[in-house]
Structure formats: structure tokens, C-alpha cells
Design a protein around this ligand. Structure first.
Ligand SMILES: C[S@@+](CC[C@H](N)C(=O)[O-])C[C@H]1O[C@@H](n2cnc3c(N)ncnc32)[C@H](O)[C@@H]1O
Length: 242
């Protein structure tokens, strides 16, 4: 058994949250098969509304924490000049490369820098990632370097309020529920950090757990979770301009 698998095995026994690298290396085989995922549905509504005001034609895109490239069809449909991805999970990147073989994606470790020149990108997307980044200030400062003046950043993630109230980022693996480790950044903290780089927050959107989505929980035999979190914001998104 590989050392990594041994570590995962003990993590599982202890039910401790997994590091993103390990978690997504496991989740990669089923991530694109996620069916009826409420987070994806609500996040898509946020992205749809942001994308009304985004034109990516001939633009250079960076997808930070790109995973399997869930949003890349949306990007490609707008004829961008380039799309570059980066992620901490080699298995997620492997899936992305199978789907989009002609694009470049980097494997990153320990929130380290990447070989991009200043002002390389017009658009940075980071969807469902930032609460897994240990040193958000450092990453924002990389983005600030790599993004052109006037460039756009789109962030989405699980809402900090739900994470603070015990909500978890989980997935199923062989009948077992595994959890990914999160760092909680409140919306105020994210906004404050944006302002330290003089970025302008154009819009923040939140999506709530309402009666309308109760059936998602019912279908997964998770009405107890619905009862616990009903009325709370589940996902948020931020549209930012440098
Ligand atoms: C929920 S997935 C989202 C993937 C993709 N952005 C999407 O919207 O489907 C989170 C992704 O972030 C990556 N990730 C987690 N922590 C990261 C970090 N510190 N830097 C870069 N990527 C990270 C994970 O490996 C995973 O692929």
C-alpha cells in the first residue's frame, strides 16, 4: 500500500477531514458524476447572473483550483485566447486533461507561486475553492500580480455561515462519507482582503436553503440536514474588478 493510501486509511478511521490534495485525489473519479448536487445548482445560478456581464472573447483566463474543468465549456463557448488551470490534486487534473487535452494546467503545492508574468490574465475564476486555501492573502497577492488592471475575478464557494454552523464539504467514497478540510473566511474578511489590493467588489450574491430545494435533501435521505440548515445561506459568489 502506498504511503498516501496508508495516511488516507488512518484519516478515514479517525473520520478526520482530509487535506484537499488527498480528498480530491479520491473524489476525482466521481466528481463529474455528481448527480443532483445542490451546491452546483445554486452556484450555477450565481455564475449565470455574473456571466451576463462577462465577455471572454480573446481573453486570457486563469482557473485557480480548476479541478476537472467543470466550467470550461462555458469559458470555451466564449472563444477566449487561452485557458490555464492549476490545482493541488493530480487526479482532478488528470480528468481535466482527458476532457481538454489541448489546454495547460499546473499542479501546485503548498500555495506556491506559478511561472506567470505580471498582468498575464484578463480573468481569474476560482469556483468552490477558496475556503480550502490556507493562506488566502498570499494567493490574492499572486492574483493581483498576474491579473491585468481592469481584469475580473470571480469567486464562488460554500458560504462561511454554513461552515461556521457545522456545515461540511463532503463526498461519498465506497459508501463512506469523507470530509474536506476548510478554512473559514467570512464574507467581510474576503471583502476586506480584496480592498487591501484596491480591488472593487462589483457584486456579492448569496443563495439560501429554502423550501424550494428541500427535495434535494429528501432524495438523499438527508432531511435532518435540511431541518438543521434551512434558511441559511449555502453558497456565495463575488464579482470583483481589479
Ligand atoms: C470543489 S472543487 C472545485 C473544482 C472546480 N473549480 C469546480 O468548480 O468544479 C475544489 C478544487 O480546488 C482544489 N484546491 C483545493 N485547495 C487548493 C489550493 N490551495 N490551491 C489550488 N487548488 C486547490 C481541489 O483540488 C479541487 O480540485
Amino acid at each position: 500500500m502506498k504511503l498516501k493510501n496508508v495516511i488516507n486509511h488512518f484519516h478515514n478511521l479517525l473520520d478526520a477531514p482530509l487535506n484537499p490534495e488527498d480528498a480530491y485525489d479520491i473524489w476525482a473519479s466521481t466528481y463529474d458524476l455528481e448527480d443532483n448536487n445542490l451546491v452546483f445548482k445554486l452556484e450555477k445560478e450565481i455564475l449565470d447572473s455574473f456571466f451576463v456581464n462577462i465577455n471572454l472573447e480573446e481573453r486570457n483566463i486563469l482557473d485557480y483550483g480548476c479541478g476537472t474543468g467543470r466550467n470550461w465549456k462555458r469559458f470555451i463557448s466564449q472563444n477566449p485566447k487561452s485557458i490555464t488551470g492549476c490545482d493541488v490534486s493530480s487526479n482532478m487534473l488528470e480528468k481535466l486533461k482527458q476532457k481538454f487535452p489541448s489546454y495547460t494546467a499546473y499542479l501546485i503545492k503548498d500555495d506556491s507561486s506559478l511561472p506567470f508574468l505580471k498582468s498575464s490574465f484578463d480573468f481569474i475564476s476560482s469556483t468552490l475553492v477558496i475556503a480550502q486555501i490556507k493562506n488566502l492573502k498570499k494567493i490574492f497577492s499572486f492574483w493581483n500580480d498576474w491579473l491585468k488592471p481592469g481584469g475580473i475575478i470571480i469567486i464562488t464557494d460554500l458560504h462561511p455561515e454554513i461552515l461556521k454552523s457545522g456545515g461540511k464539504r463532503t463526498f461519498q467514497d465506497n459508501g463512506k462519507t469523507l470530509e474536506v478540510k476548510n478554512y473559514i473566511y467570512t464574507i467581510d474578511e474576503v471583502m476586506k482582503l480584496c480592498r487591501t489590493f484596491n480591488w472593487k467588489i462589483i457584486e456579492t450574491k448569496e443563495k439560501f436553503i429554502t423550501e424550494e430545494v428541500k427535495h434535494y435533501y429528501a432524495e438523499k435521505n438527508a432531511l435532518h440536514i435540511y431541518d438543521k440548515f434551512s434558511g441559511m445561506p449555502l453558497v456565495y459568489g463575488m464579482f470583483i474588478r481589479k
